[in-house]
Design a binder for this molecule. Structure first.
Ligand code: ZN
Length: 307
């Protein structure tokens, strides 16, 4: 979901908006956080029930678009934040104010999706502990952030699974200790290889691609009795997920945004960035290096609306 990452500066605000003011630096987030509904108030959920089920191609309160093209035709919003536009109109429920955290905007934008998702998955959803074994399917931004989070928690073996061998060298800098390329496993399945590497299965498995077959393989790779699998990828073909019902004692979490609650957790991550030796600082700097090589553009202006 790197396509929804951005940092913005508030250009103007609508009536009754008090949370941000003109000139504030904000992080737009695709996930709503109204702070008022039962789910927003509960520590068990990060899925706002007031706005969370609204369509992503319009404003969350009335579903309308605020954009028109030069011919007056409607241009629809994108994931409620419209990150690709130079100027955007965003509901305040989709914004996190980081004005009190002097993060460089090119690093703050990474907290709006992928990096927060990976760290949240390792720290909040899996709650990885010292000495554990971890398998990460897919070493993109989310998978690498999972590796950093697992390493910070003291995981001793962190296995990266990817069909691109170059990801191993990149992954080493983020905490990956071992690597499996599914295309070179021969007659064995990836789960069989991981079980051999971990003497029975990884304590924590993370699927960061979005394929139901890989989700099932991650589940198969987890340790019998207590293995936990966190699924972060969004199934890209609409396929159903089928799990072996006899792999008893294992759990699966279908995670959204790594369990991160935008308005309360992103400021905590931003604060951690300001620590001189913070793991957050490390991963943001490294990921910005990668993004620059891919010519990712960062845009900084926004108009805010609210209740
Ligand atoms: Zn809510």
């Amino acid at each position: 979901m790197a396509f929804v990452m951005s940092t913005r500066v508030v250009e103007s605000i609508g009536e009754h908006v008090e949370e941000v003011k003109q000139g504030d630096t904000v992080v737009p987030v695709f996930l709503a956080n109204c702070g008022e509904c039962r789910d927003c108030k509960s520590p068990k959920s990060n899925q706002c029930s007031k706005f969370g089920k609204k369509l992503y191609n319009g404003m969350p309160r009335d579903g309308t678009s605020r954009f028109r093209d030069m011919n007056g035709q409607t241009v629809y919003h994108f994931f409620c934040v419209s990150s690709f536009s130079e100027y955007s109109v965003v509901d305040v429920a989709h914004l996190v104010n980081i004005n009190h955290y002097p993060l460089p905007p090119e690093k703050a934008c990474l907290l709006s999706c992928g990096i927060s998702t990976g760290l949240g998955a390792a720290w909040k959803e899996a709650d990885v502990e010292e000495g554990s074994t971890v398998a990460i399917f897919g070493l993109g931004a989310v998978g690498l952030a999972v590796a950093v989070g697992a390493k910070q928690r003291g995981a001793t073996k962190i296995i990266g699974v990817d069909i691109n061998d170059e990801k191993f060298e990149i992954g080493k800098r983020f905490g990956i200790t071992d690597f499996v390329n599914p295309s070179t496993c021969g007659d064995k399945s990836v789960s069989e290889v991981i079980k051999e590497m971990t003497n029975g299965g990884a304590d924590y498995c993370f699927e960061c691609i979005g394929l139901s077959s890989l989700m099932a393989e991650a589940f198969n790779s987890s340790r019998n009795g207590w293995g936990k699998t966190v699924i972060l990828g969004v199934e890209m073909h609409g396929s159903q997920l089928t799990l072996n019902p006899y792999l008893l004692g294992r759990t699966v979490i279908l995670s959204l945004f790594g369990g991160i609650k935008p308005k309360s957790d992103i400021p905590l991550l931003a604060n951690k960035y300001l620590d001189k030796v913070s793991v957050i600082k490390y991963i943001l700097i490294r990921c910005v290096d990668i993004c620059r090589k891919k010519h990712v553009m960062l845009l900084y202006s926004v108009v805010i609306t609210g209740p």
